[in-house]
Design a protein around this ligand. Structure first.
Ligand code: FES
Length: 514
């Protein structure tokens, strides 16, 4: 089974074995290095290789280890940021441009599936957005009008494909769904067949940028190229984009139904956070995939409870036979509603980034692949101004930007919380984790399923916020910019690139005996 950045197993890990790249013989003369082996990195690398660029993909773990292995893979032009909001923040023409970029992205996926003959369960679908009260009815009508204005084929619907009561609904044509890991693995094989190189278990640890290109230090040595693309979900290091993207976690389940009433299309309600639904056939078995119950990373005391809430929501409407998979994953919400794709802020030459996809990673990863291919290969790209990571939109997104950074401040202040009673440690249940104070030092302690104690420093190695325990994915999650670590402090998710410091085990153990 492939590995993922969490303890829970996603539907996409089922039956998949880790990608095995061909050995690399020539490690010199790369045009482009892509950091990150998820859908963004591999889609971009393939387009680069097709343009004749010699390209190297560096992946810190293995392909699809990050959010590509934990997405629910809705391929949509009905975006999380409504076209009404995009039109308000960026103008109607830019709402149309965003819709066109999303349609181009879908077309790229369609064309890859067809020309490379990829067996990934790809199918076309419609999307339904449905309201459940009078207020939502009004909003839905506005969203429908703006969606049509943006050039997306949408209309009012009298039915939805779910057994859930609704008042009004809209239907959007031209969406799709697939198995993301099978898709990415097939692209990776196509990339390698064009001479592309993939190195897994290779973490980027430093980058030097000069007039001729970049020198990339990694855990497996040094590589030189003309350009570097960060397709790492959020760029590492310290960057303006860490203040413009807010990390969230979303919860998903893949369930079988006793009445076999699997909905074919994609559906979304209008709650906040919203629920989402679709079906995917995997290895001959259909699964209803439902998700929701999102929250900011690190901001729940009990992540596992979000699964309980999601399960009761699903059971309320569907005849669930079995909960086959449940997992959670992370996404980065952009401050003004659109992703950041282009030159990395502070680095106008040679270093590029794609981040802030919100809940539309499948679509925006492919918007990024097209845009970055053109920006790197031709020096200019359609939509480069619209998605420019250096754009300044002080009004749009102001609320989420400010409130998130107030949270960041709160995290720093939380270091002043009163001393905890350390004796509680002895009573920690297996699977539990908490940050405790011990002789003026804080220690992040986790008791594993066998009673073993894992102790690390709770200080995030990115910008020193305090990590929080995630009892669903058994990870230490940083609420500030979304870095995540396993119980032993190893990095699961950037922007951190260094492990949490080990805490002296003696202290933790000594403490546990008190
Ligand atoms: Fe930035 Fe932790 S991710 S401080």
């Amino acid at each position: 089974m492939i590995q993922r950045d969490g303890h829970c197993t996603s539907l996409w890990q089922n039956g998949e074995t880790a990608y095995k790249p061909a050995p690399i013989t020539d490690t010199k003369d790369f045009d482009v290095i892509v950091a990150g082996g998820g859908i963004t990195g591999i889609s971009t690398a393939l387009l680069m290789a097709e343009r004749g660029k010699r390209c190297l993909v560096l992946e810190a773990r293995e392909l699809c280890f990050g959010t590509t292995g934990g997405t629910t893979a809705h391929i949509n032009t009905l975006l999380d940021t409504p076209y009404a909001t995009i039109a308000k923040n960026f103008g109607k023409d830019n709402a149309k441009a965003t819709a066109q970029a999303a349609q181009d992205a879908l077309q790229l996926i369609r064309s890859n599936v067809s020309r490379l003959n990829i067996d990934c369960g790809f199918s076309e679908a419609d999307a339904y957005l449905f309201a459940q009260n009078g207020d939502q009815d009004k909003t839905l009508q506005q969203l429908l009008d703006a969606t049509v204005d943006a050039g997306v084929e949408a209309f009012a619907a009298n039915n939805i494909p779910l057994p859930i009561p609704f008042t009004t609904a809209m239907r959007v044509k031209g969406q799709a769904k697939f198995h993301p890991v099978k898709y990415v693995f097939a692209l990776a094989r196509a990339f390698e067949s064009l001479g592309g190189a993939i190195l897994q278990q290779t973490r980027v640890t430093g980058v030097e940028n000069n007039a001729d290109g970049v020198t990339v230090e990694t855990s497996q040595g040094r590589f030189v190229a003309k350009d570097l693309i960060y397709a790492t979900h959020i760029p590492p290091g310290v960057n303006l984009l860490h203040l413009r993207c807010v990390p969230y976690r979303s919860y998903a389940m893949a369930v079988t139904l006793s009445d076999e009433a699997y909905p074919e299309d994609l559906s979304y309600d209008m709650e906040d956070p919203y629920h989402y639904y679709r079906t995917q056939m995997v290895n001959g078995q259909p699964y209803l995939i439902a998700g929701g119950k999102d929250h900011k990373t690190g901001e729940t005391a009990n992540a596992a409870a979000h699964f309980t809430q999601l399960e009761s929501h699903i059971r309320k409407y569907f005849n669930v036979k079995e909960i086959s998979y449940k997992w959670s994953s992370q996404y980065f919400e952009p401050a003004d509603g659109l992703p950041y794709i282009g030159h990395l802020p502070g680095q106008q030459e040679h270093i590029y980034v794609a981040t802030g996809f919100g809940g539309n990673g499948m679509t925006y990863s492919n918007v990024a692949a097209i845009l970055l291919r053109d920006l790197v290969a031709k020096g200019a790209a359609q939509y480069e101004t619209l998605f420019d990571p250096n754009r300044i939109k002080p009004v749009a997104g102001f609320k989420s930007f400010i409130s998130h950074n107030a949270d960041v401040v709160k995290q720093f202040v939380s270091k002043l919380l009163p001393h905890e009673d350390l004796k509680q440690l002895a009573d920690m249940a297996p699977g539990e984790g908490k940050v405790v104070s011990y002789e003026d030092e804080k220690i992040a302690i986790h008791k594993d399923g066998k009673g073993g104690i894992h102790a690390v420093s709770p200080v995030c190695t990115h910008l020193q916020c305090e990590v929080k325990w995630n009892n669903a994915e058994l990870s230490w999650d940083c609420p500030c910019h979304g870095a995540r670590y396993d119980p032993d402090g190893n990095v699961l998710t950037g922007p951190a690139s260094m492990s949490l410091e080990a805490a002296p085990m003696e202290k933790a153990l000594e403490h546990s005996k008190k």
